[in-house]
Design a protein around this ligand. Structure first.
Ligand SMILES: C[S@@+](CC[C@H](N)C(=O)[O-])C[C@H]1O[C@@H](n2cnc3c(N)ncnc32)[C@H](O)[C@@H]1O
Length: 364
């Protein structure tokens, strides 16, 4: 009996949780809504579950969505279908009659009902599916954690001057790097952010780990001033300084986000080597650079960067190495390397390098 109970529970859990990524969940709801609107009464449940099995979608979700066809909504679905059918066949709506809400009247317009139910079902499916996909994406546990982190950062910068606070809020909202960092896992131990700007990434990494040591530097004294005030409640040491000469403490996480391009090729590779050496066993070194291998998007990204350099009066032009050169430098330092190409909300092409120092082997 116990074994049967266990099997039933497992089956129920699988049925309820499979295909619950935003896109498949949206497709399941869309399909269920479509089937619920088309008049194949008696077959709707079979069709919904059969197609969900065939397409690998979540069965309970697909089945549940067919209940759009319920005693309250059915009259509207029937009338809507007939009106759609009439527009498609004759180019005009039928005059609206109360009797049109009854099944008897609908039977008289069976053909119009059948024809009209297809676009109406498709429209309901697309709209409902899109809403479901957005809702699932929003409610996913990982999104909840991300939202909590973002709220934490916004809270820490809440008393910063208006412009800086707004900058932090918009950056947190628009830059996909934070979702990637959250998904990546931000490890444990001291965090160092080189070219930290306002220190947003330090704060992001400190979420949920009170007392995590944070350190960073940037040439921009104004941003560092804001960071020092905002992070006063944390164990943070942020200072005005040049990443090329910054004495790196041993760290569990080192970040360099959009800064390497300010350095020459030799300086970039030397800094990468120093970061790898400062990383504790099991620690992560994460940096973002532009992706040079994405054609037009790479060109746009470079143009955008040149503009930023020009506005900031940077003494040089942005310089990004080929991704193979970064990988080679990391691997030569004994790191395990993963890369993640991604596009931000602006159509800019980036690569995230995640390099991990292998943990110490335990003595047998
Ligand atoms: C595009 S911003 C990125 C800031 C921050 N990492 C972020 O993601 O919000 C580039 C930053 O690098 C800083 N920077 C450029 N060259 C630097 C250097 N040699 N040493 C320290 N900071 C530098 C700039 O002052 C600027 O704040």
């Amino acid at each position: 009996m116990k074994a049967i109970n266990g099997t039933i529970k497992k089956l129920a859990a699988t049925l309820c949780t499979e295909g619950l990524e935003p896109l498949p969940a949206g497709l399941a709801v869309g399909l269920g809504l479509f089937i619920g609107v088309v008049p194949i009464y008696g077959l709707q449940s079979v069709a919904a579950i059969g197609l969900a099995i065939l397409l690998g979608l979540n069965k309970p979700l697909t089945f549940a969505a067919t209940f759009i066809n319920n005693p309250f909504l059915q009259p509207f679905l029937v009338l809507g279908s007939i009106e759609c059918g009439s527009v498609l066949r004759t180019g005009a709506f039928l005059p609206l009659r109360l009797s049109g809400f009854t099944m008897a009247a609908a039977r008289g317009d069976l053909l119009l009902w059948a024809i009209g139910s297809v676009p109406l079902g498709a429209a309901a499916g697309v709209a409902g599916g899109a809403i479901a996909a957005i809702a699932v994406a929003w409610l996913r546990p990982c999104r909840r954690n991300l939202r909590a982190r973002i709220r934490f950062v916004n809270g820490v910068f809440a008393s910063a001057p208006n412009f800086d606070r707004g900058f932090v809020r918009w950056k947190m909202r628009l830059d996909r790097i934070f979702a990637l960092l959250d998904a990546e896992g931000l490890g444990a131990g001291a965090v160092v952010d080189l070219g930290c700007g306002y220190g947003m990434a330090l704060c992001f990494a400190a979420f949920g780990q009170e007392g995590r040591p944070l350190a960073g530097c940037d040439l921009d004294a104004k941003r560092i001033g804001v960071a020092q005030k905002a992070l006063a409640g944390c164990d943070a040491k942020v200072e005005v300084g040049d990443v090329r000469r910054y004495p790196l403490p041993p760290a569990g996480l080192i970040l360099i986000l959009d800064v390497l391009q300010y350095l020459s090729a030799e300086e970039q590779l030397a800094l990468i080597g120093r970061c790898c050496a400062a990383l504790e066993p099991g620690g992560k070194f994460v940096f973002r650079v532009h992706d040079r291998e994405r054609g037009l998007r790479s060109a746009m990204t470079m143009l955008f960067d040149r503009l930023i350099f020009r506005i900031g009066n940077a003494p040089s032009r942005p310089l990004v190495l080929a991704s193979a050169a970064y990988r080679e430098a990391l691997e030569a330092a004994g790191m395990r390397v993963r890369t993640r190409r991604f596009r931000n909300l602006l159509p800019l092409a980036h690569i995230l390098f995640v390099a991990e120092r292998p943990p110490l082997e335990r003595a047998p």
